[in-house]
Ligand binder design. Structure first.
Ligand code: MLT
Length: 265
């Protein structure tokens, strides 16, 4: 079932499938909930899969200026309240979805049972990366998202995926081209403003699964192994033959890792 969920200042678009313990899926930049299609089709047999379009993405409302990771985390908490979900959720975020997940832990940890963090980072942007993002934000607002799509797609997927799954790349291109320039720019500014959360890691006591595509060049295996070392209750699974979009590129291996993790105490 897909629906607009109306919150006081915006509406968030949500796919809600299956019954059981809730998994809240949070997409990366500049995508939408459809990136989780290959997880939902399997996991909804045993879990309630909630896949949301973040503020500014997909069919959710876009707001001007800067949308911080904190704001997005607060939107997710408001969404759960609106759905009257009081049971702590399993939050599964990819990349920007992971940046939002750290903030959700910081601000709403009473609503959190476990974390699944795919291809994400704990550190903030360098000064250069921050400056580049702000330029990208202005450019997207002025010219639209097509240049961003061409710049990002080769970095998102492993070379083997680009050769073997051209339809997947085309679908993602379409998603990026259809994204709201206002929403994409606001999130880019929000990512530029995000803090380094490395110091939080030793205090995150919920169980955490870290997943990294073997060939991820944006959030590397080494960087996520370092996050794993600092978390008290985590495990790190490397997904072979995948890049930054491991859940899309290798859904079977990703789903197996998630189901194994969720079956552990
Ligand atoms: C993402 O996949 O969400 C982006 O690569 C995150 C980022 O640009 O830092």
């Amino acid at each position: 079932m897909k629906n607009h969920i109306h919150l006081p200042d915006i509406s968030l678009y949500l796919q809600d499938e299956g019954q059981g313990d809730p998994i809240l899926f949070v997409h990366g930049f500049p995508l939408d909930h459809t990136m989780w299609k290959r997880q939902i089709s399997v996991l909804s047999a045993t879990y309630r899969c909630l896949a949301v379009d973040l503020r500014g993405f997909g069919k959710s409302t876009a707001t001007n200026g800067t949308v911080t990771m904190e704001q997005m985390a607060d939107d997710l908490a408001a969404l759960l309240d609106k759905l009257e979900i009081t049971q702590p959720v399993i939050l599964c975020g990819l990349s920007m979805g992971g940046y939002v997940a750290w903030q959700f832990w910081e601000r709403h940890r009473n609503k959190l049972a476990r974390l699944i963090l795919c291809d994400t980072r704990a550190i903030a942007d360098t000064d250069k990366a921050r400056a580049d993002r702000l330029i990208t934000a202005d450019k997207v607002e002025a010219e639209g998202t097509s240049q961003l799509a061409e710049a990002m797609l080769p970095k998102m997927y492993a070379k083997s995926t680009q050769h073997q799954q051209p339809d997947l790349i085309e679908n993602t291109r379409k998603t990026i081209l259809e994204s709201s320039p206002t929403g994409v720019a606001a999130a880019a500014r929000g990512m530029a403003a995000r803090p380094d959360v490395t110091k939080w890691l030793p205090a995150i006591t919920v169980p955490v699964l870290l997943l990294t595509g073997e060939h991820d060049s944006i959030s590397t295996v080494d960087e996520m192994a370092e996050i794993n070392r600092m978390l008290p209750k985590s495990k790190h699974v490397v997904i072979d033959n995948a890049g930054h979009m491991a859940p899309q590129e290798q859904p079977q291996a990703t789903n197996r890792a998630i189901l194994d993790f969720l079956s552990e105490d």
